[in-house]
Design a protein around this ligand. Structure first.
Ligand code: HEC
Length: 157
């Protein structure tokens, strides 16, 4: 038991968990930034999934749940994300789909981030106001995600 605890401590101190071992050729700062932004994106996806499900009437409209999801997206969109995007953390690093074009077009990337902040604010005002209001705002919100992915995220194929 004591030995196991020691081994676990050594692992956590050196950051040599199984994932880190697999990625040991990647600069840990870069790997961490990629994980952080992908987690951020997953939080967007989870919350927009709730709103999208209601908009398409696959799940019943619930004003409180819609409001919570919209407020989460709005809050996330305004977090300072600058440390998530170190130069070189692009598709040359295994596991990232961030195109190198990001670092050549930072003004445009920022402007697309701003578009998301605005679309998220519109959704935050609308989501709790009824299904019609939510449906009116979902296109703008999804469009703001898609516009950035279109130019700066490697496509699936
Ligand atoms: C300003 C650009 C930008 C905006 C806006 C944006 N994304 Fe992304 N997204 C990216 C990039 C770049 C990646 C690839 C990141 C990587 O793999 O390193 C990504 C990746 C993702 C992923 C995959 C995450 C993973 O685990 O690999 C999901 C899901 C996602 N985005 C959802 C969203 C949703 C939902 C929105 C809108 C609420 C959104 N994104 C808005 C640029 C953006």
């Amino acid at each position: 038991m004591k030995r196991l605890a020691t081994v676990l401590t050594v692992f956590s101190l050196t950051g040599l968990g199984s994932t880190a071992l697999a990625e040991s050729h990647v600069d840990p700062a870069i790997a961490g930034a990629i994980k952080a932004r992908q987690a951020h994106m997953q939080l967007y996806a989870h919350n927009i999934g709730v709103l999208g499900g209601m908009a398409r009437e696959r799940i019943p409209y619930d004003a409180e749940a819609a409001q919570a999801a919209a407020s989460n997206i709005a809050a996330l969109s305004t977090l300072n994300q600058s440390t998530y995007w170190p130069e070189g953390s692009d598709t040359s690093v295994e596991g990232s789909r961030a195109l190198a074009a990001i670092w050549e077009n930072l003004d445009d990337v920022m402007s697309k981030s701003e578009d998301l902040v605005m679309a998220a604010a519109v959704m935050e005002d609308a989501a709790g106001q009824g299904l019609g209001a939510l449906q009116g705002a979902i296109g703008g919100l999804g469009g703001a995600c898609g516009a950035c992915h279109e130019d700066y995220r490697q496509s699936d194929d």
